[in-house]
Design a protein around this ligand. Sequence first.
Ligand code: HEC
Ligand code: HEC
Ligand code: HEC
Ligand code: HEC
Ligand code: HEC
Length: 498
Amino acid sequence: MVDVNKETPEVVGSRAALRQLWEGAAHFIRPVVYLSHNTTSRLGVVLTSTSAVTILLTYGFQLYGYAPNPYAGILIFLILPGLFVAGLILIPVGIIRDFRRHRRLGTLPLSYPTIDFRDRRLRQTAMFVTFMTAINVPIFAIASYRGTVYMDSVRFCGMTCHTVMQPEYTAYQRSPHARVPCVDCHIGPGASWFVRSKLSGSYQVFAVSFDLYPRPIPVPVHNLRPARATCEECHWPEKFSGDKLVVKPKFGDDEKNSETESVLLMHIGGRNPARKLVGIHGAHLGLVTYIASDDKRQKIPWVSHRAEDGTETDYVSTDNPPKPDLVEHGERRLMDCMDCHNRPSHTFLMPEDAVNREMAVGRISSSLPFVHKVGVELLKRDYSSRLAAQTELPEALREYYRKNYFAIYNSQRAQIEQAATALVYIYDGNVFPEMHITWGSYANNLGHMDFPGCFRCHDGNHQSKDGRAIPQDCNTCHSLLAMDETHPKILQELGEGN
Ligand code: HEC
Ligand code: HEC
Ligand code: HEC
Ligand code: HEC
Ligand code: HEC
């Protein structure tokens, strides 16, 4: 039987040790508690306890499956801990200041009072902290929630880091996807993307705050959601089939800005009614894998194609053969939408193309002599900033007509002003000196005129062992119904000509 009333020597010994430890600690704690009855330290305690409780609550909710929207990460992982640390710093700051004050006034106690809740000042501090924390937790929680809703918005993504995102935001607003929120393509719902975006999102806030980001922002974006989870939410591949008529108007560099047109019948394809994969979309999706030898995926020396019956064919570039090491260890990428449509919502144009478009819709009048040539030249000039371009470019256009076509300068003043406005609009959408973005900084893979695009593989020099090449025949991807023709007959036949 053990006598419960009689303590064994070990228990007594460990009690004594504990008491000693407590007294040792109290030796430090008493002055801390005594000196912390000041506004700064109290604020620090409130800040620390409030952010700690809010953080714990959010984590608790997450454990129970509540998935806050993606950018909540910045708040939960960056801002709240920041406030927590700030609070921790405020406490000693207040203590040290109080200590100095007491020392100066000679009011430091000889020995610090024991910690006792009967002490009025201690009770005051404790009540203050409890009261403020109770008020602050709901305020913090609501602010966090409102904050993350805001951060999920297009305005935040596009405008908060103004200079950084200005190029993409501007191009985005002019794109067919101007109503698709940034986060739908860049971050989507789902737990693993939530975690990834939290990490990269938090890093981005650091990068912008400390000016660590590269200019221009590099492609490809590696933490983009896979096409299957983004594009295919709205455009499912089975939906495509058939051809699409594309008319490309072009204006010449002569005085009359002579207009010609190319007419292409794009073989979009997909799955045809007989369930066979055909055309541009049918030929690649899920079937073509490649290895790029550069970061921007512009050089592709190795390609593999799996036919629907399962036979695989490897194609290797003959003018730029891949190193054996690259074929062994390089990243093999299964082609998806983004390998062709890499600029679905941030399409930057080339100056010729942009001027052609504005002329085709009449915002730049082709009745102005040489306006195509001069417009393109003015767009390609170096301006010190976007602001400078906004005044210098229109002035240079006016000057051109004042000097060379004075009669027109007088009679067509309105058209000249309208053309100037259109040129500034083009410049503003494509050139961002602050981000080192100029004409052609971002390659567009959909085509083969300004950038390698389709011809990264379809250059006729990617050959298989048995001597077949990835086709470059001009009618593989489109039927060229007209190429740079004035009033193409085909458009008149289709009833679209003028
Ligand atoms: C329709 C889908 C989509 C939408 C909507 C979208 N993006 Fe993108 N974004 C992309 C793709 C695709 C890329 C290029 C990825 C690549 O080449 O690897 C990209 C690239 C970027 C880049 C890298 C630099 C560059 O120009 O390639 C930034 C920055 C960016 N987007 C910001 C934004 C912002 C800000 C918004 C909202 C205002 C937005 N994006 C909306 C699909 C989208
Ligand atoms: C939220 C829905 C949505 C998502 C996600 C989306 N799109 Fe679209 N996309 C649209 C709509 C709507 C249009 C038609 C706009 C129009 O006709 O002006 C469109 C148009 C297009 C066009 C035709 C553009 C043109 O100039 O005619 C292409 C190409 C395209 N999308 C590709 C993509 C790709 C690639 C992705 C993935 C990165 C994507 N889309 C993601 C809704 C979406
Ligand atoms: C091999 C390159 C390639 C791939 C991969 C690809 N596309 Fe396309 N897509 C094209 C081309 C080329 C066009 C025609 C563009 C034009 O001239 O307007 C096109 C046209 C489109 C259009 C417009 C169709 C229309 O009738 O106006 C949409 C939408 C589109 N693609 C979405 C997608 C989506 C979504 C994916 C991924 C599932 C995808 N594409 C994959 C090359 C590709
Ligand atoms: C990464 C390499 C690669 C890129 C980039 C690429 N393709 Fe292809 N493409 C292939 C391969 C491989 C095949 C299949 C060749 C075969 O039949 O073995 C193919 C086949 C095709 C076919 C079917 C040809 C036929 O005879 O059936 C069309 C059409 C096509 N591609 C259009 C395009 C267009 C348009 C683009 C650019 C928007 C493009 N491709 C970009 C690799 C590529
Ligand atoms: C692998 C597919 C493919 C092949 C092969 C191909 N093209 Fe194209 N071509 C395209 C695509 C994609 C576009 C872009 C359509 C668009 O911008 O809507 C294009 C656009 C064009 C344009 C209009 C460009 C513009 O901006 O005015 C012309 C002209 C053209 N191609 C001529 C040719 C000729 C000539 C050949 C043969 C040497 C050829 N293409 C071979 C895919 C191809």
